[in-house]
Design a protein around this ligand. Structure first.
Ligand code: G
Ligand code: G
Ligand code: MN
Ligand code: NA
Length: 254
C-alpha cells in the first residue's frame, strides 16, 4: 500500500517524482511535434514506480491539486530548459478529472507558465473524455478559461469512455488521442479499425489533430497513414524517456 504520507513527502523533496517524456511524431516523417510527460516515482524503498501504482491514491486524496501543480512545474521547467538549448517543443501534461472541477485551475496554469516564461501554446493539457460527460458547469468554464490562455486541450484515451461524439463539438478541444487499445487491435479487429478510422475522419471534419497512441509496428504506422492520420506516439517511434535521453531523441528525430 502506498501511503499518503509518503506521497506528501515526495511533493516536498526533490527528485522523487520525475517525468519521462514520450515524443509524439508526425506520422509520415517521424519528426517530433511534442512530448507527453509521464510521471514516475523514485520511491525511497520500493524503487521506480509507474503511475498506476499511485495515481489512484493521489486522485482520491487532497493531494490531487498539489500533485498536478507539481507535475506542471516539472514539465514547464523541462520545456524552458529545452527552449534555452534551442529546442522549441510543446509538452503534454495529463490532468486528473478532479483538477477540472477546480475553478482556480486556469489561474494556476497561467501563473506556472509565467513562472517558467513558457508561452501558453507550448502546453497541451490532456483530459479524459469522461471528464466531458460530467454535468458540472464548472468544467466547461474551466476549459474555456484554459483555452482563453492559449493552452491546448487534448482528449486522452478517446473511444474508451462511451461518450457521445457530440461532446467533441460541445467542448472546444484541439486534439484527440486515440486509445492504444484500438490501435493495437487494428490488424485483428474490423471494429477497432472502424473506430480508429471514424475518429480520424471526425477529427479532420472538426479541425482537430488526431494522435494515434501506442503505435508499435511499421504496419500500424502504414495503416494509419492510409487512413489520413497525421500524428502518433508509441514504441515504434520512441518509449517514454528521461529528460537527458529525451533531449537527444527530440533533436535526433527532428
Ligand atoms: O506510461 P504510463 O505507465 O506512464 O502511464 C499510465 C497512465 O498514467 C496513463 O494513463 C497516463 O495518462 C497516466 N499518467 C501519467 N502521468 C500522469 C500525471 O502526471 N498525472 C496524471 N493524472 N496521470 C498521469
Ligand atoms: O493514457 P495515456 O495515453 O496517458 O498513457 C500512456 C501510457 O501508454 C503510458 O503508460 C506509456 O508508457 C504507454 N505507452 C506509450 N507507448 C506505448 C506503446 O507503443 N505500447 C504500449 N503497450 N504502451 C505504450
Ligand atoms: Mn495521456
Ligand atoms: Na491514452
Amino acid at each position: 500500500m502506498i501511503l499518503l504520507a509518503e506521497l506528501r513527502e515526495a511533493l516536498l523533496v526533490e527528485d522523487q517524482l520525475v517525468l519521462a517524456m514520450q515524443p509524439a511524431v508526425e506520422l509520415s516523417t517521424g519528426a517530433p511535434i511534442g512530448a507527453e510527460a509521464l510521471v514516475r516515482w523514485h520511491h525511497p524503498s520500493r524503487g521506480l514506480l509507474a503511475p498506476d501504482a499511485f495515481i489512484e491514491v493521489v486522485e482520491h486524496s487532497d493531494l490531487v491539486g498539489p500533485f498536478s501543480r507539481y507535475i506542471l512545474d516539472l514539465a514547464l521547467r523541462i520545456v524552458s530548459d529545452w527552449a534555452r538549448g534551442g529546442l522549441i517543443m510543446p509538452v503534454a501534461v495529463n490532468l486528473s478529472a478532479r483538477n477540472l472541477l477546480e475553478p482556480e485551475l486556469p489561474q494556476m496554469v497561467a501563473a506556472a507558465l509565467a513562472r517558467y516564461g513558457v508561452p501558453a501554446d507550448r502546453l497541451v493539457l490532456e483530459i479524459t473524455e469522461t471528464v466531458m460527460m460530467d454535468e458540472s458547469p464548472v468544467i466547461e468554464e474551466v476549459l474555456i478559461g484554459l483555452r482563453a490562455l492559449g493552452v491546448r486541450i487534448a482528449v486522452d484515451d478517446f473511444g474508451t469512455g462511451y461518450s457521445s461524439l457530440t461532446l467533441l463539438t460541445r467542448f472546444q478541444v484541439d486534439e484527440v488521442k486515440v486509445d492504444r487499445a484500438f490501435v493495437s487491435q487494428m490488424g485483428h479487429s474490423p471494429e477497432a479499425m472502424a473506430i480508429v478510422k471514424t475518429t480520424v475522419d471526425l477529427g479532420r471534419a472538426l479541425g482537430l489533430r488526431v494522435v494515434a497512441e501506442g503505435v508499435e509496428t511499421a504496419e500500424q504506422r502504414a495503416t494509419l497513414i492510409g487512413m489520413g492520420c497525421t500524428a502518433a506516439q508509441g514504441y515504434h517511434f520512441s518509449p517514454p524517456l528521461f529528460p537527458d535521453k529525451a533531449n537527444a531523441a527530440l533533436v535526433g528525430l527532428a
